[in-house]
Design a binder for this molecule. Structure first.
Ligand code: CP
Length: 305
């Protein structure tokens, strides 16, 4: 792997090696990226992805350059194309982590870059490192991925995290997926076609409470106001919510994941979010740091352990 653009690029073997390396790096420090520079180029807002990538690089002895708001603070303001920006930035660094509002932007960057490009989210396209940390989290919570039943809930039409996660789950055996979404935000056909090709069972539901007791993982997502009309948003928001009353239907072995940020689709008291093992999304965000450390080591040093 030189560039990381889509989650289909990971093989099952590489995934397990990255999990192992992430566990190792969690327990012990390393300066395996000393002398390397990562450019973080974010054209869309981010808290977790940008800061965990930057922290991962710094914790491994590397350095970081970049801009948290490239649409405002880079020469894009003066009309520079993405390709020209990348052609220049690749001389200043050893890899580029890019988030962009346009689907396909990371691939476009990779086509002109001399250094590895990592897709940190491209519009409604993919978010492969989020999917990587999602499967790593499921693996850590359950010790396994094969044979699990996973509900994906919310804005499945615009969600790049659920798209990338479906591609990764297709690498495992006996996976079942239940898609729960408003009618206008259903999972797209290209993903369904991929799941059929990979023999992954899936079905669609529109009552969240019906499936809370039957799955292992409830993967909640935010209704992405910024990617739809106000009418669509008003029709969809608040339809699928985990709150104190339906939380009771979720047994102790089930885990709730969310790529975050969450808004009204999770309505639990802070004490439950902090103390209840079923709430896994803050552990998930923390796992993002260690798996991104492993990924940077793999991409920049060719090492998984
Ligand atoms: N999950 C995720 O991509 O979060 P950020 O938008 O904060 O990076």
């Amino acid at each position: 792997m030189f560039h990381l653009i889509e989650s289909q690029q990971f093989s099952r073997e590489i995934l397990f090696k990255l999990f192992e390396r992430a566990d190792e790096l969690r327990g012990s420090g390393s300066d395996c990226l000393r002398g390397k520079v990562m450019a973080s180029l974010f054209y869309e807002p981010s808290t977790r992805t940008r800061l965990s990538f930057e922290s991962a690089m710094l914790r491994l002895g590397g350095d970081v350059i970049g801009t948290e708001n490239a649409r405002e603070f880079s020469s894009v303001v003066k009309g520079e194309s993405l390709e020209d920006s990348v052609r220049v930035i690749d001389d200043y660094c050893d890899c580029i982590v890019i988030r962009h509002n346009e689907e396909g932007a990371a691939r476009k960057a990779s086509e002109v870059s001399k250094v590895p490009v990592i897709n940190a989210g491209d519009g409604k396209g993919q978010h492969p490192t989020q999917a990587l940390l999602d499967v790593y989290t499921i693996y850590r919570e359950f010790g396994n991925l094969d044979g699990l039943k996973i509900a994906m809930v919310g804005d499945l039409a615009n969600g790049r995290t659920v798209r990338s996660l479906c591609y990764l789950l297709g690498k495992f055996e006996g996976i079942e997926i239940v898609f729960v979404s408003p009618l206008n935000l259903k999972m797209k056909d290209d993903i369904k076609k991929y799941l059929i090709e990979k023999n992954v069972k899936f079905r669609e539901e529109n009552d969240l409470n019906n499936i809370l007791g039957e799955v292992n993982v409830i993967y909640m997502t935010r209704i992405q106001k910024e990617r739809m009309s106000i009418e669509d948003y008003e029709g969809a928001k608040g339809r699928f919510v985990i709150n104190q009353s339906n939380f009771e239907l979720i047994n102790e072995r089930i885990r709730i994941l969310h790529p975050l940020p969450h808004v009204e689709e999770i309505d639990l008291p802070m004490s439950v979010e902090e103390d209840d093992k079923r709430v896994a999304y803050f552990r998930q965000a923390e796992n993002g740091l260690f798996i991104r450390m492993a990924l940077l080591d793999f991409i920049l040093n060719g090492k998984t352990g």
